[in-house]
Design a protein around this ligand. Structure first.
Ligand code: ADP
Length: 426
């Protein structure tokens, strides 16, 4: 458009040149104007370019704004959502606060009730404490009374025990005195007879009779020895002085020797006394003299309570941990209720019956104490009317040689047997 405008001006100017010379000046002015116009056109073109650039910038900024606006829309939506949420929470909070307020009210009521209840409890606690204090005093008084009653009861029991013990002791002394007196009387009577025969000068004429008297004196001396041995043992046990003289010895040989000595005497009711063992020898620690006396007491009882011509078996059995020595008879037997009792001191199953035999009722109780001091045991099995079996268990241990208080002193088994069996020479 600018070019065509330029051509038109030029043509008009040429026409004017043709029309006149004055017109040359005008032409120059026109050129200048044209130049000016051209310059302005360029300026305008530059401005137009700048405008285009500005427009582009504007368009770019518009896009940016549109993006921001879109973001803002999203942010607004988010905000709106959050506001909605908050509103919901606020509603919830309000109802929660209302609930809380309600509960607080309730709590306040309960607290008031509790205060009243606590006051009541405090009052009751004080009352209780007072009652408890009274009860403690009453209990103390009761305990004191009870203790007194208990002590009184214990005293009564102790007195009863003492009375029984005294009675038993008294009975024992009466019994022992009788046992001591009987052989003593026999010995004294024989001494008197000897005196009479001596004074009358008839001593030499009655030699056979005197030998019988001398045997009787010996037998009764043995009885006295046995009794005194038992009394000494019992007194030592009671006083706490009793001591075992332990030495390692062959228990089989000791028991066999006793049985052999008893059988060689062969004077008892035609009895068959048998020794049996499952071992040849067994060396264990025991007090030879005491065990010998215990076994002889068992044999003596077996003979006492056996019928003429019956059988007695003395057996030694090895049981590894202990040795068992048993004496079995086919005599009168012992009733069940008396089986444990016979090991009590001074106990004889039947006084009237036992009076037919001698004995103070101490043999088995002494045997029990001595066997237990060895670490062993003694027990009886019996069938009433059929016979009894007494078993002594001795532990298989040995003593160290240097610990032996007493080594085997020379024993007089023959005399010991006569002493221990003196009861049954009737
Ligand atoms: P005792 O010195 O009277 O014989 P023990 O203690 O040896 O005393 O015996 C106590 C009692 O046990 C005896 O009096 C007797 O009643 C009973 N007894 C002991 N051994 C036998 C036996 N083998 N058979 C029947 N009774 C027995």
């Amino acid at each position: 458009m600018n070019n065509s405008f330029y051509k038109q001006v030029t043509m008009q100017h040429e026409m004017r040149l043709k029309e006149g010379g004055d017109k040359a000046d005008r032409a120059e002015e026109l050129i200048a104007d044209n130049k000016e116009l051209a310059f302005q056109s360029e300026e305008k073109a530059d401005r137009a370019e700048e405008l285009i650039a500005d427009n582009k910038e504007l368009a770019f900024q518009s896009e940016e704004k549109a993006d921001r606006a879109a973001e803002l829309v999203i942010a607004n939506k988010e905000l709106a959502f959050q506001i909605g949420e908050k509103a919901d929470r606020a509603v919830e909070l309000i109802s929660a606060i209302k609930e809380l307020a309600f509960q607080s009210g309730e709590k306040a009521d309960r607290a008031a009730e509790l205060i009243i209840a606590n006051k009541k409890i405090a009052f009751l606690s004080r009352e209780k404490a007072a009652r408890e204090a009274e009860l403690i005093i009453a209990n103390k008084e009761l305990a004191f009374q009870r203790e007194k009653a208990k002590q009184a009861e214990e005293l009564i029991i102790a007195n009863k025990k003492l009375a029984i013990a005294n009675k038993e002791q008294g009975e024992f002394i009466v019994n022992i005195s009788h046992e001591l007196k009987t052989p003593l009387n026999v010995i004294f009577s024989i001494a008197q007879l000897f005196e009479i025969y001596c004074k009358s000068g008839s001593l030499g004429k009655n030699e056979d009779l005197f030998i019988k008297y001398i045997d009787s004196m010996k037998l009764n001396s043995y009885r006295l020895s046995k009794l005194i041995n038992n009394i000494v043992d019992l007194s030592e046990i009671d006083a706490g002085f009793f001591k075992l003289n332990l030495a390692n010895n062959d228990i089989v040989a000791v028991i066999e020797e006793i049985v052999m000595t008893v059988t060689t005497l062969n004077e008892f009711k035609g009895l068959n006394i048998i020794f049996d063992t499952d071992i040849d020898e067994k060396h264990i620690a025991f007090d030879t003299e005491k065990i010998e006396r215990i076994v002889l007491n068992l044999i003596s009882n077996a003979i006492k309570f056996s019928n003429d011509g019956s059988e007695i078996v003395v057996e030694v059995k090895d049981n590894n941990e202990f040795v068992e020595i048993s004496v079995k008879d086919k005599g009168i037997g012992i009733e069940d209720e008396h089986l444990d009792m016979i090991f009590d001191r001074f106990k004889q199953v039947d006084k009237s019956l036992s009076r037919n035999t001698e004995g103070a009722g101490v043999g088995l109780s002494l045997a029990k104490t001595i066997v237990e001091l060895h670490g062993g045991s003694i027990f009886a099995e019996s069938e009433y009317g059929k016979g009894s079996k007494f078993t002594v268990r001795l532990p298989s241990g040995k003593v160290l040689q240097e610990n032996m208080i007493y080594s085997n002193k020379i024993r007089n088994v023959n005399k010991n047997v006569r002493v221990e069996l003196s009861d049954i020479y009737l």
